[in-house]
Each structure stands twice: as structure tokens, then as C-alpha cells.
Design a protein around this ligand. Structure first.
Ligand SMILES: Cc1cc2nc3c(=O)[nH]c(=O)nc-3n(C[C@H](O)[C@H](O)[C@H](O)COP(=O)(O)OP(=O)(O)OC[C@H]3O[C@@H](n4cnc5c(N)ncnc54)[C@H](O)[C@@H]3O)c2cc1C
Length: 154
């Protein structure tokens, strides 16, 4: 029985992990991957202390920071069920492993919808991007195609 399970290894989950480790909680960070959406970012210009840093590089630094604490991690499995049990929660992963915890932080973020067109996968982070607010400034003065428009634009 863990005191805390953190689901998700993006910036939110890794930050929670550092807080948990510093408070010496018996905690587990469980995630499909580390870095989350930031790995898809061309470059980050709004993280204070860095004028520009590639998303993957920033996430490597986050991982290093988590790694300096004796915190248990399970990177790879996908949590596909969470059940309420008497004194907490039970998390079950895709491989059938069950983990019990008194408290749970869900930091599973989100995934943008894919177009599923030829070349998309190869050009992800190299011209194909999924966050206009985040990456738009990097395309200033360039010809771009915008696919889709959110409902709020109506
Ligand atoms: C293309 C792009 C560019 C961006 N650029 C910027 C930028 O320049 N500046 C900025 O501030 N923000 C930027 N963002 C936004 C930023 O990436 C997100 O706000 C941030 O990543 C959210 O962090 P998070 O930890 O909440 O979630 P995520 O990054 O979504 O991480 C969620 C984590 O949970 C894991 N997970 C999900 N479901 C499960 C499950 N069932 N079981 C186990 N693990 C699971 C995922 O594998 C992932 O590791 C950008 C986003 C995109 C897509």
C-alpha cells in the first residue's frame, strides 16, 4: 500500500513526484512515458530561466531532477482502471498489475487528435505541431496550413 501514486509522467506528474519525494512519502510515479506533450514541442520560450530550450531537453532536466530522489517509478505501463477501495484506491495497469494507494494524483494530461495523414509522424516536431498558442510564434512570417478550428471560433 503506497501513501501516494502519481499517474502521469509529464511536467505535472514529475513536479508532483519531486514534492512527494521531498516529503519522504512512500510514493510511486506510474506513467506510459516521461515528458508527456512537451516531448512534442519544438522549443519552449516561456519557461523562466531558459530563453529557449528544446522540449525534449527540458524534460531530460525534469527527469534528472526526479531521479536524484529515491522515488519508485514504473515507466511504460498504462493505467486502465482505478477503483475506490476502503482505505484508498486500486490502480490496475494494462498488464494486469494492481497497485494500492491511500492517495492518488491523476496527472494524465491529454493527447491532441492526430490527422493520420502520410508524413505526419515523421514531421512531428519538425513543422507539424499541435499547439497553435505554444508553437505559433515560431512560424512567424512563414506560410502555414491550419487544420481544424475549435468550436469557440464560431
Ligand atoms: C506541440 C505542443 C507544443 C507545446 N508548447 C508549449 C510551450 O512552448 N510552452 C508551454 O508552456 N506549453 C506548451 N505546450 C503545452 C504543454 O506541453 C502542456 O501544458 C503540458 O505538457 C501538460 O503537462 P501535464 O503533465 O499536465 O500532461 P502531459 O504532458 O499530457 O503528460 C501526461 C502524462 O501522462 C501519461 N499518461 C496518460 N495517460 C496515462 C495512463 N492511462 N496511464 C499511465 N500514464 C498515462 C502520458 O504518457 C504523459 O507522460 C505544448 C503542447 C504541445 C502539444
Amino acid at each position: 500500500m503506497y501513501e501516494l501514486i502519481i499517474l502521469g509522467g509529464g511536467p505535472a506528474g514529475m513536479t508532483a513526484a519531486v514534492y512527494a519525494a521531498r516529503k519522504q512519502l512512500n510514493a510511486l510515479l506510474l506513467s506510459k512515458d516521461t515528458g508527456g506533450q512537451v516531448n512534442w514541442t519544438l522549443g519552449v520560450e516561456n519557461y523562466m530561466g531558459y530563453q529557449f530550450i528544446e522540449g525534449s531537453e527540458l524534460m531530460e532536466k525534469f527527469e534528472e531532477q526526479v531521479g536524484q530522489f529515491p522515488l519508485e517509478t514504473e515507466i511504460g505501463p498504462e493505467a486502465n482502471q482505478v477503483r475506490k477501495i476502503d482505505d484508498g484506491f486500486e490502480v490496475e495497469t494494462s498488464d494486469g498489475t494492481k497497485y494500492q494507494t491511500k492517495a492518488l494524483i491523476v496527472a494524465t494530461g491529454k493527447r491532441p487528435r492526430q490527422l493520420n495523414v502520410a508524413g505526419e509522424e515523421k514531421l512531428k516536431g519538425r513543422g507539424v505541431t499541435y499547439c497553435s498558442i505554444c508553437d505559433g510564434p515560431m512560424f512567424t512570417g512563414k506560410r502555414v496550413a491550419v487544420i481544424g478550428g475549435c468550436n469557440r471560433w464560431r
